[in-house]
Design a protein around this ligand. Structure first.
Ligand SMILES: NC(=O)c1ccc[n+]([C@@H]2O[C@H](COP(=O)([O-])OP(=O)(O)OC[C@H]3O[C@@H](n4cnc5c(N)ncnc54)[C@H](O)[C@@H]3O)[C@@H](O)[C@H]2O)c1
Length: 362
């Protein structure tokens, strides 16, 4: 099987796991990497034995490269995606698809115009934990999903990140940084969203780095840091989503999906593993469910691998642009609803991605 030749643009913190995916999966071969900091690209190439490190322009002009992974910072996602597609290559990127909604639309339109694929993280929903949940929902173990809760709450990344400023700028905050994991997991289990509403606040207009390497440095906050959203799904289910960098502690679960016949406890959607618990009507307590699917360790890049196989087989890929755009619209919708004091009706929809086969590459 001839692999797809893949280039990586953006070789920062998250990139090693993608370079490792190139070693693990036969369908992709990482042939080149680039970064606005070319020296950093050269260092990564050496670290992972990649034959070519170059500028972004050189990588995009390389006729050997079929597909490019965009691991730049969120504000650069749309611009780099558009350049990849314009260069005639399939694009796959980290979340979110874009920061602005109109940019997300431009990216989808460019992929359509060029007849190329656009894929986007998160792909954690393809992991063994959430795929087990998906199988339980699909097989009716909780009946019809009617409600869900999803909570991502802590006191912000300045605890562990030496330079967390970018996570408090517009297009970031807990909703845009972590929301994609929660919303993608919910859509994978319940289906597309019809409308959203919410309330959001900036609780602390100035924050202080508490990571030891920059301890005490103060920086401003430009985007809401506590966002309480309500989501109405097309199937009638109603979910509550809270994302917060403002709270000191919580005992809330990550995600619960409630059905007409039971409740499912979904594992952390920022991971690939379990545990998964279910409580069905007539039972007094939750029972742990053994995971039915593989990829329970950090398998970032699985969405890219699925995209590569899907191109070859001519079927839709799972971590796709429509899903990522729908997630982006839901996040913008929650903030808009908070500003305007009324529900936001989504204009986009997406198909529930097909489940990952239990024997995928095993
Ligand atoms: N770090 C994590 O744990 C993590 C986890 C999941 C997802 N992500 C996502 O991965 C993406 C990258 O995050 P990161 O932590 O690796 O960031 P990072 O800042 O460590 O790395 C980003 C890299 O992209 C390069 N870059 C930025 N703009 C560019 C441009 N226009 N052209 C070329 N190169 C450019 C930078 O020079 C840098 O090397 C983000 O979208 C983030 O949300 C990160």
């Amino acid at each position: 099987m001839k692999p797809f030749k893949v280039g990586i643009i953006g070789v920062g913190n998250i990139s090693p796991i993608y370079f490792e995916a190139g070693r693990k999966f036969d369908i992709i071969e990482i042939a080149a990497c680039a970064d606005m900091d070319v020296q950093r690209a050269a260092a990564r190439a050496q670290e992972f034995g990649i034959p070519k490190a170059c500028s972004v322009e050189e990588l995009l002009a390389d006729p050997e490269i079929d597909m490019v992974v965009n691991l730049t910072i969120p504000n650069a996602h749309a611009d780099i995606h558009l350049k990849i597609l314009e260069a005639g290559k399939h694009a796959y990127g980290e979340k979110p698809l874009a920061t602005l909604l109109e940019d997300g639309r431009l990216v989808l339109a460019k992929a359509e115009e060029k007849g190329l694929r656009i894929g986007s993280a998160p792909d954690t929903f393809l992991g063994g934990g959430i795929q087990t949940c998906r199988k339980l929902v699909d097989e009716g173990w909780i009946g019809e999903p009617i409600a869900a809760t999803a909570f991502m709450m802590y006191h912000g990344p300045e605890i562990f990140h030496p330079n967390p400023d970018f996570l408090y700028q517009k297009g970031a905050g807990p909703l845009f940084d972590m929301g994609p994991y929660y919303l993608t997991a919910l859509i994978n289990l319940i289906g597309p969203i019809r409308r959203v509403t919410g309330s959001a606040r900036i609780t602390f207009p100035e924050r202080t780095v508490t990571n030891p390497s920059n301890y005490g440095r103060k920086f401003p906050v430009e985007t809401p840091t506590h966002i309480a959203g309500v989501l109405d799904f097309e199937n009638g289910a109603v979910a509550t989503l809270i994302t917060s960098f403002d709270v000191w502690g919580t005992k809330t679960p990550y995600i619960e999906v409630h059905g007409t016949e039971g409740t499912l406890l979904v594992p952390d959607p920022n991971t690939f593993g379990g545990p998964v618990y279910i409580k069905r009507y007539g039972h007094t307590d939750f029972a742990e469910v053994p995971l039915t699917h593989g990829y329970t360790e950090n398998s970032r890049g699985l969405g890219l691998v699925d995209m590569a196989y899907s191109i070859r087989e001519g079927v839709p890929h799972k971590a796709n642009g429509e899903l990522a755009y729908h997630v982006l619209e839901a996040m913008h919708g929650i903030l808009q609803a908070s500003q305007e004091g009324k529900h936001y009706e989504l204009t986009s929809t997406c198909a529930k991605p097909a489940p990952l086969p239990m024997n995928f590459l095993r």
